[in-house]
Design a binder for this molecule. Structure first.
Ligand SMILES: Nc1nc2c(ncn2[C@@H]2O[C@H](COP(=O)(O)OP(=O)(O)OP(=O)(O)O)[C@@H](O)[C@H]2O)c(=O)[nH]1
Length: 590
């Protein structure tokens, strides 16, 4: 046996020591939960620690020590960036190699990892010889990040993009339009009378309808377009990359209106709603996103105003109307202060010819330029600006002051019927003690007031929760179901506990003729109201024929232009004086 070469032995010992040291730092790294890789670049060999293989579910026999193999397991979408980052480090441009990418596991699933590494040896020309590094499993972090991003950018109910993602996309599309000289359209959609679906069928059914509506809208547009839900029943459609002619926009708008007008199949009913659409074009209608949204909104308002179930372009007329509305809104704020509101009173006449004991209070605005405005011209503005409660409080106060005087001087039985908006009912609350205190402060007994409530208000769960109808009635306050027959009226509304009157809308009287089906229908309603203990009032009586028919059908009282118009307080006193004792039933007053 030849003597061992001391030099060889020393070299072997040194290599052994080095390997032992390698193992130590690899173990230290593995203890942190990371997997370790060790790549001999020019030899084309890559070694993996047990922890590294474990991350992906591989055993040592599954993976050759070949870097090409692990590269082939990298997600195709991530490979390019990974190569770029690696090359930057090889070229000495970054002190550390770092990259996040996905790796396919043995079971076929993907894991997100962060890899960090460093070249630890280079040849004389500076080319990398060996690089070592780690893989850290960041799948959970990526999952949470993706979830957070989705929550921030998508609507949870419909799974559509939300306002934020829409704004980002719109910004990008507007830049493209400016660069390439094309066009885009923003369509603001709002379902019509959706609140009634919620009120009638409940919030869950409303949610289901919104989900179905979202799918229908998405089916009407191309893949390059976008639909987002802003909240409630409001959606925005972004038609990107248009060639210019508005007819393509009109085609989509028509498709949307038609599609949403089809009945929706909900849990146990078919429900029909419709949609109104406002359309603004970029760059024709606005210079920036904020104004584009505003113009689409103005057009939507015009579509709603034109009767709903249709669309409107944001043309000049729409813009001017919106500006006029905005001026009116500003003036409305000052109207209370300037004492421009006044009340008119329309008598309600007993059909048996007895004395008038009730009148409806009607709000008017003496506008300095536009003249006398009815509530239709400004109530929606008052609602949206939040002034409605202040105006409502003024109405009640002024009406009470009139009533006090008239009951004392003219008719001790007189009561006034007052309309309240849903906002007012919600804001004021409707507990008996509130109302009794309110009336007491105004010096009027409960029996002096009739609250005219519409069916939609009675169906509103929030108002219904607040309204203590039977207790209000017990306090002497009259409660009328107003405008019955004007929309989707339901017979069971008549059974609301606490109601004392049923007021038929003018729509029910429109085709009233002797022997007509309308007459039979009304006669049945009058009978039903009687069974429910409700006094009946027919509103909007415009002809002597109607008046006579209504009396013959047994309606309790009549109200309408034919019998007595709405008149200012100054004339009401004289009118009541003149007609103090009776009115000839059904006959045209002079
Ligand atoms: N089911 C459901 N209802 C919602 C949701 N968000 C808002 N709403 C309701 O949607 C209704 C929106 O009503 P509006 O658009 O103001 O009024 P509308 O009844 O549609 O009447 P118009 O728009 O004037 O035709 C309100 O009653 C909201 O309470 C939701 O996520 N789910």
């Amino acid at each position: 046996m030849s003597k061992p070469d001391p030099l060889q032995a020393a070299l072997a010992a040194a290599v052994h020591q080095l390997h032992a040291a390698d193992e130590v730092w690899k173990l230290a790294l593995e203890a942190s939960g990371d997997g370790v890789w060790d790549w001999y670049i020019q030899a084309g060999v890559e070694l993996y620690s047990a922890g590294f293989l474990q991350i992906y579910g591989y055993s040592p026999d599954d993976l050759e020590a070949n870097p090409a193999i692990i590269d082939s397991l990298t997600h195709p979408d991530d490979r390019e960036q990974m190569s770029r980052d690696r090359q930057a480090h090889f070229d000495g441009l970054t002190p550390v190699y770092s990259n996040e990418h996905r790796v396919r596991c043995k079971d076929g699933s993907w894991k997100w990892v962060q890899t960090r590494g460093m070249v630890i040896a280079r040849d004389e020309q500076g080319r990398p010889l060996r690089m070592v590094g780690t893989h850290t499993d960041i799948t959970e972090r990526k999952r949470v990040e993706a979830l957070t991003w989705r929550q921030a950018n998508y609507d949870a109910l419909t799974d559509l993009p939300n306002r934020r993602l829409l704004a980002e996309r719109l910004g990008n599309e507007m830049k493209k339009v400016r660069r390439e000289g094309r066009h885009l359209a923003l369509l603001a959609l709002d379902l019509d009378r959706f609140k009634e679906v919620n009120d009638r069928l409940g919030h869950d059914a409303g949610d289901e309808l919104l989900r179905q509506a979202a799918r229908r809208i998405a089916n009407c547009i191309r893949e390059v377009d976008m639909v987002a839900r802003l909240g409630g029943d409001e959606f925005i459609v972004l038609l990107a990359d248009l060639q210019g002619e508005p007819s393509s926009v009109e085609r989509v708008a028509n498709a949307l209106v038609n599609s949403l007008a089809q009945p929706f199949a909900l849990a146990d009913s078919q429900q029909t709603v419709s949609v109104s659409v406002g359309i603004a074009l970029f760059p024709a209608d606005a210079d920036d996103a904020q104004h584009l949204f505003k113009r689409a909104d103005q057009a939507l308002y015009a579509a709603k105003h034109a009767g709903r179930n249709g669309y409107r372009f944001a043309g000049r007329a729409v813009h001017e109307a919106a500006q006029a509305r905005s001026r009116l809104g500003a003036e409305l704020r000052l109207a209370l202060e300037r004492q421009e509101f006044c009340l008119h009173f329309q008598p309600v006449l007993p059909a048996d010819g007895g004395a008038c004991t009730q009148a409806e209070v009607l709000l008017r605005w003496r506008h300095p330029v536009l003249g006398l405005l009815g509530p239709g011209s400004f109530l929606a503005l008052a609602e949206s600006s939040g002034l409605i409660c202040e105006i409502g409080a003024w109405v009640l106060q002024d009406a009470a002051a009139q009533l006090k005087a008239w009951r004392r001087e003219l008719q001790p039985e007189l009561s006034l019927a007052v309309n309240l908006s849903g906002t007012q009912l919600r804001e004021w609350g409707c507990s008996v003690t509130d109302w009794a205190a309110r009336l007491l402060r105004l010096g009027v007994p409960g029996s002096g007031l009739v609250l005219d409530l519409r069916e939609a208000q009675l169906r509103d769960p929030q108002i219904r929760g607040l309204m203590q109808l039977p207790a209000l009635r017990a306090a002497g306050i009259g409660l009328a179901l107003d405008d019955f027959g004007a929309g989707d009226s339901m017979l069971h509304s008549l059974r609301h506990p606490g109601l004392s009157q049923l007021k038929f809308s003018r729509e029910l009287l429109a085709d009233l003729r002797p022997g007509s089906r309308e007459a039979d229908w009304l006669a049945a309603l009058v009978q039903l109201a009687g069974t429910c203990g409700l006094n009946t009032v027919a509103k909007g009586v415009e002809t002597a024929v109607q008046a006579r028919m209504l009396i013959s059908l047994g309606v309790g009282a009549l109200q309408g232009h034919h019998l007595a118009p709405a008149i200012p307080a100054s004339e009401f006193r004289a009118w009541l004086d003149r007609h103090k004792n009776q009115l000839p039933p059904g006959a045209a007053p002079g």
